[in-house]
Design a protein around this ligand. Structure first.
Ligand code: PLP
Length: 387
């Protein structure tokens, strides 16, 4: 069902089930087998069936990558051993001296990768508030090679106008990268809005079961794809065939999971918005969000990600977390089970203190990854914990 551009016929629920999966030619197995092999027998030197070594190519990874391409409307996808390994591949395509403009509230690990690992290789990272896209235009120079957007952002759920930033990128000749982890390919399609490449931490919604670490890049830019494919092969941060099999399996339920995440998140947001101990909620799907209109325009739905600010002290926040029975206190997101996280002490502890203050990540901010349980149970749990 998949054509050359990776787009398969039919709706998204059909696409996630069928994308990338062809019956196995020898036995007819409906599921792509786990080709747990490092090497492949050759008939003559350099005469083989298209596979010579599994770091370069593996049939299970290939099936998974074509599913990844299909769900992001891309002609190509590459799978990596983690989201950060995928991001690193993009950075490794750059020449020393390149400038990269990054949204200021980018995922903490992305900021750490850029500031602590890659800044010393003579790459100039410039962190900017991209809700002001005019500022991006002013900052861009001919030497700006990448513009890096993450939307919605983490944990304050700011929405960045992808189409507007894409215009800036086109006018300066920079590659536009969009980290689409929070929205998932089901609710946001950055390539259709002018982005050149999408990055995912597949650890989150695409994997969806809190049991694997992985990353992916999707693009329809042939030249960029070839550079990235070379980095994947030459640097070697590839997932195992077993993980590729499990990720491919996860994709089949991605659409149903995302719709249940959304349904629950809308109900939880409504509950929190009207609770007297909640000062503010951060959820692009709620009418109180300052960019709700933009969110509705560029997203076709909302995932389970939201944050809220509790009226009280840090001690009140800790007491509230301890009373929760369904929500588990843990980092990460996008799994079937509901999680709560304290960004200041947990996921965002590595963000410089001054920047944390500026972004509004304080002692009373909590982030939720709303799972796919019964909404009534989630609301009851929050209700008793808030007291
Ligand atoms: C988790 C995450 C990453 C990093 O991915 P890993 O799989 O943990 O390496 C990047 N971006 C976002 C938005 C994330 O949530």
């Amino acid at each position: 069902m998949t054509n050359a551009t990776g787009d398969s016929a039919g709706g998204i629920f059909t696409k996630v089930v069928h994308a990338g999966t062809k019956p196995e030619p020898v036995t007819g197995a409906i599921m792509t087998p786990i080709f747990q092999t490092s090497t492949y027998v050759q008939e003559e030197p350099a005469k083989h069936k298209g596979y010579d070594y599994s770091r370069a190519d593996n049939p299970t990874r290939e099936a998974y990558e074509s599913a990844l391409a299909a769900i992001e409307h891309a002609s190509h996808a590459l799978a990596f051993a983690s989201g950060l390994a995928a991001e690193q591949a993009l950075i490794q395509t750059l020449d020393p001296g390149s400038r990269i403009i990054v949204c200021d509230d980018v995922y903490g690990g992305t900021g750490r990768l850029f500031r602590r690992l890659y800044a010393k290789y003579n790459l100039d990272f410039q962190f900017l508030d991209m809700s002001d896209h005019a500022a991006v235009k002013t900052a861009a120079t001919p030497n700006t090679k990448l513009i890096w957007v993450e939307t919605p952002t983490n944990p304050t759920m700011k929405v960045i106008d992808i189409a507007a930033i894409a215009k800036v990128a086109k006018s300066t000749g920079a590659i536009l990268v969009v980290d689409n982890t929070f929205a998932s390919p089901i609710f946001q399609s950055p390539l259709k809005m002018g982005a050149d490449v999408v990055v995912h931490s597949t650890t989150k919604y695409i994997g969806g079961h809190s049991d694997m670490i992985g990353g992916a890049l999707m693009t329809s830019n042939q030249e960029l794809f070839e550079k990235l494919k070379f980095v994947q092969f030459a640097a070697g941060a590839v997932p195992s065939p077993f993980e590729c099999f499990l990720f491919l399996r996860s994709i089949k339920t991605l659409a149903v999971r995302m719709h249940q995440h959304q349904k629950n998140a809308l109900a939880v947001a409504e509950f929190l918005a009207s609770h007297k101990r909640v000062r503010k909620i951060y959820f692009p799907g709620h009418k109180s969000h300052p960019q709700h209109a933009l969110a509705c325009e560029q997203m076709s739905g909302f995932s389970g990600m939201m944050s809220f600010d509790l009226d009280g002290t840090y001690q009140d926040v800790v007491a509230c977390i301890k009373r929760l029975k369904v929500f588990a206190l843990a980092e990460s997101l996008g799994g079937v089970e509901s999680l709560i996280n304290h960004p200041e002490k947990m996921t965002h502890a590595s963000v410089p203190e001054e920047l944390r203050r500026k972004l509004g990540i304080g002692p009373t901010l909590l982030r939720l990854s709303v799972g796919i349980e019964d909404a009534a149970d989630l609301i009851a749990d929050l209700k008793q914990a808030l007291g």
